[in-house]
Design a protein around this ligand. Structure first.
Ligand SMILES: [Fe+2]
Length: 237
């Protein structure tokens, strides 16, 4: 396969999540997260799906105020500055992520666009009172793919702890199987043609105020008390 054909295939794969996002309706597209319409519209920080103190005691309001109000906001603001006056201004965020993913000279655009998308996805991956028991097709796929729910939790926790430095751990769908994958820094499954169902941010800014160096405790709290399985199930194809 030539490099051009390979790039074309990757581009087609990376655009697939655009369809699912539009259907699931949670939102990182011009009508929702980005600044509405028009070629000069700027991206906007999407509203949190719950109050900043709603995830306590597992994630404090102080952590949320910094993580959402400072870090996520900074990715959005930086992205807007980077793409102002370019053909990406006013385009859906997913399109900016996909098109900058394999452009070596656009690493800053990719990093900030992917982080804007990853964080919006992370907020949706949690809810107050989350972590309930799995049911339905998602439970069937977890059992089929990992051998059981506890085995999935072990795999997810192991990947999160093993991520060296900053990054993310994800549950993704690959055909009729699910996988746990981890990504470094801003990297995102969308850039690799994978359908993300769920994510946990394991950058230190996600947990250090509440858990200091105890990343494993944070991830276990995420799995036991915060995971929004309804959102994950809504992402299944
Ligand atoms: Fe983060």
């Amino acid at each position: 396969m030539s490099a051009n054909i390979a790039r074309t295939c990757l581009r087609m794969l990376t655009l697939l999540p655009l369809v699912s996002l539009a259907i699931s309706g949670w939102a990182v597209e011009p009508s929702a997260m980005p600044g509405t319409s028009g070629a000069t519209a700027a991206f906007q920080l999407p509203p949190l799906p719950y109050a900043q103190d709603a995830l306590e005691p597992y994630v404090s309001a102080r952590t949320m105020s910094f993580h959402y109000g400072k870090h996520h906001q900074a990715y959005v603001d930086t992205l807007n500055k980077l793409i102002a006056g370019t053909p990406w201004a006013g385009q859906p965020l997913e399109k900016v992520v996909a098109e900058s993913a394999d452009a070596a000279d656009k690493a800053a655009v990719f990093n900030n666009a992917a982080q804007a998308w990853n964080h919006a996805f992370f907020w949706q991956s949690m809810k107050p009172g989350g972590g309930e028991k799995l049911a339905g097709r998602l439970l069937e796929l977890v059992e089929k793919s990992f051998g059981g729910f506890e085995a999935f939790k072990d795999a997810f926790t192991t990947a999160a702890v093993a991520q060296f430095g900053s990054g993310w751990v994800w549950l993704v769908q690959d055909g009729d199987r699910l996988k746990v994958v981890k990504t470094l820094n801003a990297d995102t499954p969308m850039a690799h043609g994978q359908n993300a169902l769920l994510t946990c941010d394991v950058w230190e800014h996600a947990y250090y105020l509440d858990y200091q160096n105890r990343r494993k405790d944070f991830v276990q709290a995420f799995l036991d008390h915060l995971v929004n399985w309804e959102f994950a199930a809504s992402r299944l194809k």
